[in-house]
Design a protein around this ligand. Structure first.
Ligand code: ZN
Length: 341
């Protein structure tokens, strides 16, 4: 026991020393270009170890590891700033790689499997073509109603709302039916979710069950055309403006991402109602969903930000890290990205 703590103490000291050196190096340089050169030099030193950075990296992350990842991407052929900020461009490059290789979740998140793939690319064991998976948008595209069409619909952290829409032709390639309870038997398309979200939903549901709560999945993936007919029907009944308070215009529904699932319980007769938030099942979900990577996307008291009514049943998958940070800081997705910009 004692020896172990000595080793830990020594290791910590080494880490601290390493951190101090980095700090001095950076503070010695005042101009930006010199700082950039320094980053490149650091990255080259690290490259002698061959490995790409370990550990998950994603949008909004900053630091040495991100800079090293960017240097690796540049080596593969991507043109991007090596500034240590996991920006939209970095997300795009990672997504582009993920789309060209089998067995990788396409999320824009640099994960363990992507790290292994990148090492294979750098060693020449795998080849990819820059932009062949996700061609970059030449210029911004807007919808008829003036929303911006997102350039990377695969991005696990893409914000889809009344200002940001999915491309009309976006249909996820990795839709699967999660192995969870549904309140109906039919094999409907709305049972589907994208693979990473489906896996997380299965874990959430089985943990709920272990805690004594029976959850039901009601409605997941919804294609663009389905949203067209749905919104048309609501608009005919309520008028377009009122319909848009509870239903999304085509392209602006999170359900088209394949990362959203409406859930419910027997105690509210499997309805999608705010009452679900009051049930023991709904409360358990509100407390635990983020530990599986889900957020309640349209929160109570945040209607001005999300521009939707409170929907305790609508879960959006964003991954554990982002979900936890949003929940702990009481931030909607919009606020999370605005606060960190
Ligand atoms: Zn929903």
């Amino acid at each position: 026991m004692k020896r172990k703590s000595i080793i830990i103490a020594l290791f910590t000291l080494l880490l601290l020393l390493a951190a101090c050196t980095d700090g001095e190096e950076t503070s010695n340089h005042s101009s930006d270009s010199e700082a950039a050169k320094e980053t490149e030099k650091d990255v080259k030193v690290n490259d002698e170890d061959v490995a790409s950075p370990a550990g998950e990296l994603q949008k909004l992350d900053e630091g040495e590891a991100v800079a090293q990842l960017q240097a690796d991407l540049e080596k593969i052929g991507y043109t991007l700033p090596i500034d240590g900020v996991y920006s939209d461009v970095t997300t795009w490059a990672i997504t582009d790689i993920q789309l060209q290789l089998d067995d990788l979740y396409v999320t824009g998140v640099y994960d363990e499997a992507t790290q292994a793939a990148m090492e294979n690319i750098l060693e020449g064991k795998l080849t990819i073509e820059v932009g062949a998976g996700l061609p970059p948008l030449a210029e911004p595209v807007t919808t008829d109603s003036g929303s911006l069409v997102v350039g990377n619909p695969y991005d696990q952290l893409a914000i889809i709302n009344k200002e940001n829409a999915l491309p009309e032709d976006y249909e996820p390639h990795d839709l699967v039916v999660p192995d969870v309870r549904f309140p109906f038997e039919e094999d409907l398309p709305k049972k589907q979710l994208r693979a990473p979200a489906a896996e997380a939903l299965e874990a959430l549901f089985s943990e709920a069950e272990a805690a004594g709560y029976e959850l039901f999945a009601q409605s997941g993936y919804r294609g663009y055309d389905t949203q067209v007919s749905l919104f048309k029907a609501y608009a005919a009944e309520h008028g377009e403006e009122e319909a848009n308070i509870f239903s999304a215009r085509p392209g602006e529904s999170e359900h088209q991402t394949g990362l959203a699932m409406d859930i419910t319980s027997e105690s509210v007769s499997y309805q999608l109602t705010t009452d679900f938030g009051e049930t023991p099942e709904g409360q358990w979900v509100a407390e635990n969903a983020h530990t599986f990577g889900f957020i309640i996307r349209y929160e109570e008291g945040k209607e001005d930000v999300t521009q939707y009514q409170f929907e305790p049943w609508h879960l959006r998958y964003v991954g554990v890290k982002a979900a936890t940070e949003m929940v702990e800081n009481n931030l909607t997705m919009e606020e999370y990205f605005a606060e960190n910009e």
